[in-house]
Design a protein around this ligand. Structure first.
Ligand SMILES: Cc1cc2nc3c(=O)[nH]c(=O)nc-3n(C[C@H](O)[C@H](O)[C@H](O)COP(=O)(O)OP(=O)(O)OC[C@H]3O[C@@H](n4cnc5c(N)ncnc54)[C@H](O)[C@@H]3O)c2cc1C
Length: 433
């Protein structure tokens, strides 16, 4: 496949990551997207009701997200992630009025669970041992079968943590995916758990600099370009059907399909994909946060679970929010504002607000949905899959999306080097035939 064109369909983080890995490899890179813009489920836009640029949803990263941080380093954006120097998470319990700071120590030995001032109030060090069971779960187990899903430690730590990471009620969520989150974060020590936020917005941090970087490297973008189907013959993908135009593939061209699962299953009917999804609702309120308000606050016993403070707004997140999808926006805004007002001590009218409902924010991280995730290679040697829903081993996250793009691009490059070995006469049987 050396020297051909790589068509990347989908300009979300998976597609952009694949393009970034492939530029400079001697291939032409063309990125197609149905939308007028890049970013997919990780984007910013101007919201006239607020007169502000907001994100489609609050996104939390952790310092453990190695692929995401490398992506940002490449595009010169790493400094745009803001967060504390150490792993610190502020929490407030709306039912009891308690506030605390969870503060895991930097190293791998978790002595923080022995410290009353660092662990969750109302818990004992011994309670945390139950998590050891999560380090080696069975493939088809739900989290509820592995750890006790009641009590202070669950309600005040494991529930908000796993709900945020899996976007699925933790009791029914895949223990395997919860275990993967644990392996990559707390098991690596507090150093891997610093919370990081794109304080200037997702567009300014991830998307715009990635587009600028790729543009400088000669990547072409075709927006408003909806892939409708693939033409397959002789066990290879031969053409991409975009409706009004059909792109014929040369013998050494390759395709990376980086669209959401709900689209991939229509384009590739024979390929298994997750089919159940979970929503996320975000409520933005236009007001300056109080001085010294934490950048991220975990909320226990509230409607939202997390509150993010930006210089010009407070933004609350409800994960696994399917129960709220049909609720009128104003009702939802008032319900969330009631909690936010209590937390910041606000009185008076609700400030200008904006509700964003993402119906299919992520695939449902259930054991049976996780089992459906396909790997990046397909039965067609010139077609590879990418996206947070492919078999990354992680839940649907920025880290998983970028990892999947890197994997698909690596497969294209591996196919390249195999091909050039064949061309150079070192390819063995295949070449001699
Ligand atoms: C509200 C919300 C909050 C989130 N919070 C977090 C968080 O806190 N931390 C975290 O790590 N992750 C979070 N995520 C998950 C993260 O945003 C996603 O995992 C990631 O953005 C997925 O990237 P992707 O490239 O796999 O898919 P997408 O972003 O969905 O990209 C797919 C692209 O394909 C395009 N496309 C679709 N159909 C076609 C077609 N037929 N032809 C051409 N193009 C097509 C789409 O327009 C899109 O640009 C959140 C997601 C949401 C929605």
């Amino acid at each position: 496949m050396t020297g051909g064109t790589v068509h990347i369909v989908g300009a979300g983080l998976a597609g952009l990551a694949a393009a970034m890995r492939l530029v400079g490899s001697g291939r032409e890179i063309i990125v197609h997207d149905i939308a007028r813009h890049a970013g997919g489920r990780c984007r910013s836009y101007f919201e006239p009701a607020l007169g502000l640029t907001v994100d489609n949803g609050n996104h939390l990263l952790l310092s453990a997200n190695d692929n995401a941080l490398a992506f940002l380093r490449t595009i010169g954006s790493e400094e745009k992630l803001a967060g504390p120097k150490e792993a610190e998470f502020a929490f407030a319990d709306l039912a009891s009025g308690e506030c605390w700071l969870l503060h895991p120590n930097n190293g791998r030995i978790p002595w923080w669970i022995l410290s009353k001032s660092r662990r969750v109030p109302g818990t004992r060090a011994v309670d945390y041992l139950s998590l050891i069971r999560l380090l080696h779960p069975k493939r088809d187990q739900s989290l509820g079968k592995v750890i006790e899903c009641t009590g202070a430690l669950y309600e005040r730590l494991w529930r908000p943590l796993f709900l945020a990471a899996l976007n699925t009620d933790p009791q029914e969520a895949s223990a395997l995916l919860a275990g993967a989150v644990l392996h990559e974060t707390l098991a690596r020590g507090g150093r891997a758990c610093r919370p990081l936020v794109a304080s200037e917005g997702l567009g300014a941090t991830f998307i715009d600099p990635a587009l600028a970087y790729l543009g400088r490297k000669g990547t072409r973008f075709c927006f408003n370009h909806q892939l409708r189907g693939l033409e397959v013959a002789d066990e290879k993908v031969r053409a991409l059907d975009f409706g009004e135009d059909v792109v014929k593939l040369a013998p050494n061209d390759a395709v990376i399909l980086a669209v959401p699962a709900s689209v991939a299953c229509l384009i590739l009917p024979g390929v298994a994909t997750p089919t159940t999804f979970r929503a996320i609702v975000n409520a933005h309120f236009k007001l300056e946060p109080p001085k010294a308000f934490p950048r991220i606050l975990g909320i226990i016993n509230g409607t939202p679970e997390w509150l993010f403070a930006f210089p010009d707004r407070l933004s609350a997140t409800i994960s696994a929010a399917d129960r709220w999808i049909e609720a009128p926006r104003e009702v939802l805004a008032r319900k969330v504002w009631d909690d936010v007002a209590k937390l910041i001590g606000a009185e008076g009218d609700m400030p200008p607000w904006h509700i964003i409902k993402e119906r299919r924010a992520t695939f449902a991280a259930l054991p049976e949905e996780n089992a459906k995730r396909p790997p990046a290679p397909t039965q067609w040697p010139n077609l590879f899959l990418a996206g947070d829903w492919t078999a990354t081993g992680l839940p649907a996250t920025i880290e998983g999306a970028i990892r999947s793009g890197n994997t698909a691009a690596n497969l294209v490059l591996t196919a390249d080097s195999r091909q050039s070995r064949v061309v150079n006469g070192s390819g063995g049987r295949q070449h001699r035939q």
